[in-house]
Design a protein around this ligand. Sequence first.
Ligand code: PEP
Ligand code: MN
Length: 332
Amino acid sequence: MIIHLKSSVADAEVQKISEDLKAFHIKKPDYHVLVAPSAMTEVPAQYESLVEDSFVFPNDMQLSSADYFSTTREININDVRIGGTTNNTMVIGGPCSVESEDQITQSAELMKELGISTLRAGCFKPRTSPYTFQGMGIEGLKLLDKMRSKYGLNIITEVRDTTHVDEIIEYADIVQIGAKAMYDQGILRRCGQARKPILLKRGFGTNLQEFVQAAEFILSGGNDEVILCERGIRTFETKTRFTLDLCGVAYLKEYTNLPIILDPSHAMGYRYGVPDLARACTAMGVDGLLIEVHPDPSVAKSDAAQQLNHDTFRDLLGTLRPIASAIGRTII
Ligand code: PEP
Ligand code: MN
């Protein structure tokens, strides 16, 4: 249950009530939000006079629920806006990993040339083998920082574990929590304290309820800016890397208030399918796309098979704009 307490209720009293109700407290300028377990369905009589509004939910999808806010939350990434009434579809492009200054400079220049605002690249890679390239770490973050100042781009990069979550929050404009890190409650809670947009990727064995509840860990910490990312789930199919769950996306659009970004690159796992999938995702009317693109995919140190080259990405972008415009959206 979500309860809005009047702003006139003193902080100490709010504190006492939230402890009593086992609720999270989020302070807003005009009211206090208390988020109690969904099992609670009535405001206790002794607090009724302090309550401005209350909301009951059938399960622990609460702050994220479309029954709480009926329109998608607006997220501001510096001067870039998605969600709300913007009808923007934000393309995030860039390589899987930062590999060198030369490589990431070429990627940044491509984004700049194409008018794309957000550059992606991982520095702490959650690889499935410890013997493969693990990312450039802090050195990579510094290169991304340099690309931001040199080209005026927003930067999205992923946090792999709690050892470097503070550094990622400091350097990134959007903090990406990857599919494997999605269950790490240390990361989720820390991101709940942050005042930066968070892109939460769906774990590949995660159902929609679990996915949205992971977002609730961030939202209940007081961070309003959570973006969901569908990147494919594991099914019985082995011909593609994962299975992009577009039905799940339709569910999330209907039942949550969180913006949604689709990642066809990791879902497909092979570059040949990525442009078609990106077009299909755009036609679904989502808030963004995440596409891996590398100056020379044949030498990429991670996810080489799925990254597009610059020419293919350029051509793809040209085909996305009219699709977006046909459904009243703008590619940004
Ligand atoms: C990535 O974005 O490069 C990545 C590792 O994604 P995921 O967490 O979805 O596997
Ligand atoms: Mn990748």
